[in-house]
Design a protein around this ligand. Structure first.
Ligand SMILES: [Zn+2]
Length: 219
């Protein structure tokens, strides 16, 4: 993997990307980035109330001096993945994103921990955030710098691990757990069929420092 990345140049990037997607167990998913003001805590990003100017705060977290008129912000990375019990999500209500947590699901609706009920079509799961209180992975500081430099980024690609969960067998017409191959290594051990295709689930790739891997969409 390291070798293929070192070989990347602008000319061969397309080819390398295809080779990588064939040989690696990684894939990138399009993720929406939403910024919302926070009153609870001072975060890594502030926005000028009048200027709209975004500032990355590496050290200073106050609202004095040139930051008198700034409001601190958190970033939320939103995925179309299924929302489950306990998950944090943003709901788009009355043309505004609001932060909520899922208590349980109820036929097309999400019951929140505040016991309100929201149509699940209006909700998007948070996979990462700058808000440490949600206990989720976070973007790198390099990304936050870039986000402020560009005045915001609406969509990014985020890397996921592809984990094989089983095989789909056209003979049985069913999904099997992994290792359904016969002793000789060929074909399904239940029906002998050779038409097997792997099934995957995607799991967010998180580095040891709890950051996700983010890539720009147009490059
Ligand atoms: Zn089979």
């Amino acid at each position: 993997m390291m070798l293929t990345y070192l070989l990347i140049t602008t000319e061969c990037r397309g080819v390398i990307m295809i080779i990588n997607s064939l040989i690696s167990n990684l894939m990138k998913k399009e993720i929406q980035v939403v910024m919302l003001p926070t009153e609870k805590a001072k975060s890594d990003i502030s926005k000028g109330n009048k200027t709209g100017f975004l500032v990355y705060h590496e050290f200073f977290r106050g609202t004095e001096g040139i930051y008198t008129n700034h409001t601190y912000q958190h970033l939320y990375f939103l995925s179309d993945e299924e929302i489950k019990d306990g998950d944090w999500f943003l709901a788009f209500i009355e043309r505004k994103w609001v932060l909520r947590q899922c208590l349980r699901l109820s036929s097309g609706y999400i019951i929140t921990t505040e016991h309100s009920q929201i149509n699940s079509l209006d909700c998007k799961k948070i996979i990462a955030t700058t808000d440490p209180e949600l206990g989720l992975p976070r973007p790198s500081n390099e990304f936050l710098k870039k986000y402020c430099e560009l005045g915001g980024i609406d969509k990014v690609l985020v890397e996921y691990d592809k984990i094989q969960t089983g095989d789909k067998c056209s003979g049985c017409g069913d999904s099997h757990p992994m290792n359904i191959y016969s002793d000789s290594g060929h074909g399904c051990k239940y029906c002998g069929c050779f038409d097997l295709s792997p099934l995957y689930k995607l799991q967010l790739k998180v580095a040891p420092d709890n950051t996700i891997s983010i890539y720009p969409i147009n490059s």
